[in-house]
Design a protein around this ligand. Structure first.
Ligand code: ADP
Length: 664
């Protein structure tokens, strides 16, 4: 019997008066003692976990008192080395050596209990993971998600506590959450904020695998959580997805479970799920940020464009995709009449379409990035406007388009043109003024010269005539004086006439005039001058010339000036020919000479007051440059025209017309 109990694989004992009277070797082994250390030396109380002792004591009492005979129960024992074990006992009350005792069998069920506990724990963890996964799929707010995860892992009692800290790339704490720690977490937050990581955290960040800490007291240094976790183990892992580390998660679990591989695998799986969720949320946030930025920039663009005073447009595939109100207004449309209905070509003048199309093509093909040009546009009402456009290539809905601004520069163009015209007019006026100024300066010299020369001639001719006794010679001197007087009279008459013209006095004393008579009389006035200049005067007037309506005195002026010039600018031996003919409703009078002629480019200008082909003081020909201006004024005042035809060195022909009586 004894041999049987000695060899038994269950613990067998006998207790009397609270002390072991017998234990077999197996029992001693279960508790880590020798048989001798227990028999007569220790009792059940020393092998039972204090928390469980009241229950064990009560069971012993029940048996000793005979309330129950046998009893089966479990309790937690303490081994000699302090380890807690789970045992099951079958006790029977007996009388040993005349005194109540208990014999019993004790089985170490630690492994079994642990397996059960583990199963329970794993179940709890799995349940937690399920909760976590549900959270991940429904919660898009990062902090709420992390908090939810911590709570779920703790609430299911899979873990005693959980904390998660997220860091940015520089290691700065971004956010932290915990469950199961409460106030105890505060000191750690302080550390994390200062960039100090607990041992588990530091290790987790430096390795991909799960960090396992069994013995916190020796390994965790002065981590603020050590007190709280002293009987627990720690697992920590970094939250990593596709190489990006978001932060770390640390949990505490029963010490004996930390080494469990399955436990670690589950923990790692949760961390991966969390990291994936963080990655998703990050993508979401990025997408939302991008969407917001896009929406904001679109809004900004729209507000800007809608309020802009210049036209703004986007077109693609030859259709406007956007135009602002200002652009539509420039072309006289409403925006909706243009968008998706018209293209740039429809708003362009046909003559400029080619240029505009080419500009668009070059930008769309990428030949140029932007273009700045002006073109003529057509408004809805068909009117033409000048536009200035600046447009560049953009991507619009993923395809090339052109966006730009457009201004109506019609007013500017008009102003520019007017300015240019005004400038040109000013330039011309300036030139004229310059010429006039020069001529006026010459005039004073000219006029005084023109008046003095004949006077000198008159004076000396008259003096000579007085002295002269020979009647022929005296007459010759007197003739000279008369010619000079005639010349001077013409100059003075011209000056008076010019002054009158200047004052705007253009009164004509119109009567019926026999032009042939007037021509005859005036040409006779020049007879002696012509002889002296060796010029032949020829008058060729149609006998049946009709009567003209004219101011006779003014007509004389005209003829005097033309004939005087024809003689003056002639060459010795030359001739002056005066003709008069009827032409339609007019009589045309022409005075031709065989003189020096007038350069083509000067011919228009000689009719301007004071203009002379040679106006220098050293000029060869006398005169103040007023004659032709007066001629033109008088002839045109009569409703006629003056013309000149001339060839250098061959001669000139001046013609003027006068209206025939009763016509015109
Ligand atoms: P003036 O004869 O006093 O100079 P006019 O007005 O009569 O002034 O003529 C203007 C200018 O026209 C002259 O100075 C001269 O250069 C040119 N001109 C006029 N008539 C003739 C002509 N018959 N032949 C050549 N030049 C002429």
């Amino acid at each position: 019997m004894r041999e049987l109990t000695e060899k038994a694989s269950v613990g067998i004992y006998l207790v009397q008066d609270g002390v072991f009277k017998y234990v077999n070797p197996k029992l001693a082994e279960i508790f880590g003692y020798t048989v001798e250390e227990l028999i007569d030396k220790k009792g059940p109380k020393e092998l039972v976990l204090p928390e469980d002792w009241p229950c064990v004591e009560e069971n012993i009492r029940k048996q000793i008192s005979g309330e129950v005979e046998t009893i089966r129960y479990n309790f937690r024992g303490i081994r000699k080395d302090g380890e807690i074990i789970h045992v099951e006992v079958y006790d029977t009350a007996i009388i040993y050596r005349g005194r109540p005792s208990i014999v019993g069998i004790l089985i170490d069920i630690t492994a079994q209990v642990r397996a059960e506990e583990r199963l329970k724990h794993i179940n709890a963890v799995l349940y937690g993971i399920r909760e976590v996964n549900q959270l991940i799929t429904r919660e898009r707010d990062r902090n709420r998600l992390l908090k939810g995860i911590c709570d779920a892992l703790v609430e299911t009692r899979g873990y005693y506590h959980v904390w998660i800290a997220l860091m940015d790339e520089s290691g700065k704490l971004v956010t932290n959450v915990e469950a199961g720690l409460g106030k105890a977490f505060q000191p750690l937050i302080k550390q994390l904020e200062h960039g100090v990581l607990p041992v588990c955290g530091g290790l987790a960040l430096s390795q991909a695998e799960v960090v396992v800490i069994q013995d916190q007291r020796t390994r965790c240094g002065n981590c603020p959580l050590v007190e709280k976790c002293c009987d627990k183990g720690t697992m920590a892992i970094r939250l990593e997805h596709e190489g990006k580390v978001y932060g770390l998660m640390s949990v505490s679990i029963p010490t004996r479970m930390v080494m469990d591989e399955e436990e670690q695998v589950l923990f790692e799986a949760v961390s991966k799920d969390i990291a994936l969720a963080l990655h998703d949320i990050e993508l979401d946030e990025e997408r939302r940020r991008a969407e917001n930025a896009l929406r904001e920039s679109e809004e900004r663009f729209r507000t800007l464009a809608e309020k802009a005073l210049v036209g703004v447009y986007i077109f693609q595939d030859n259709r406007f995709r956007y135009v602002n109100p200002a652009l539509a207004k420039i072309f006289g449309y409403r925006p909706e009449e243009i968008v998706d209905k018209l293209g740039p070509v429809d708003l362009t003048h046909p003559d400029d379409r080619h240029m505009v199309i080419e500009n668009i093509r070059r930008r769309l093909t990428g030949e140029i990035e932007a273009a700045h040009y002006t073109f003529r546009g057509i408004r809805k009402d068909g009117s033409i406007i000048y536009c200035e456009a600046i447009g560049r290539r953009i991507e619009y809905h993923g395809r090339p388009a052109i966006m730009g601004t457009l201004m109506d520069i019609t007013d500017r163009k008009r102003a520019e043109r007017e300015l240019r015209d005004a400038y040109r007019r000013l330039q011309r006026a300036y030139e004229e003024l310059k010429a006039l100024d020069k001529m006026k300066r010459n005039l004073i010299a000219n006029v005084s010269h023109e008046l003095r020369t004949p006077l000198t001639i008159i004076k000396s001719a008259v003096e000579l005539a007085i002295e002269e006794t020979d009647p022929d010679r005296r007459n010759k001197f007197l003739g000279m004086a008369i010619d000079a007087i005639a010349r001077q009279t013409l100059v003075i008459d011209n000056l008076i006439e010019a002054a009158r013209m200047e004052r705007g006095q253009r009164e004509f004393n119109i009567t019926d005039v026999n032009i042939a008579d007037v021509i005859k009389q005036v040409s006779d006035e020049f007879k002696s001058m012509a002889i002296k200049s060796e010029i032949k005067i020829e008058v060729n007037v149609n006998k049946n010339l009709p009567i003209v309506r004219a101011d006779q005195d003014k007509l004389r002026y005209v003829l005097r000036n033309l004939i005087s010039n024809a003689i003056k600018f002639n060459k010795p031996g030359g001739s002056v020919r005066i003709t008069a003919e009827k032409r339609k409703d007019m009589v045309e009078v022409c005075v031709s000479d065989t003189g020096i002629g007038i350069p083509k480019e000067e011919q228009a200008r000689i009719f301007e007051p004071f203009y002379q082909v040679d106006s220098s003081l050293t000029k060869q020909y006398s005169g103040a440059g007023l004659g032709l201006a007066i001629v033109k004024e008088i002839v045109e005042g009569h409703g006629g025209k003056v013309t000149v035809e001339s060839e250098i060195d061959k001669g000139s022909t001046f013609c003027f017309t006068l209206p025939i009586k009763g016509k015109g």
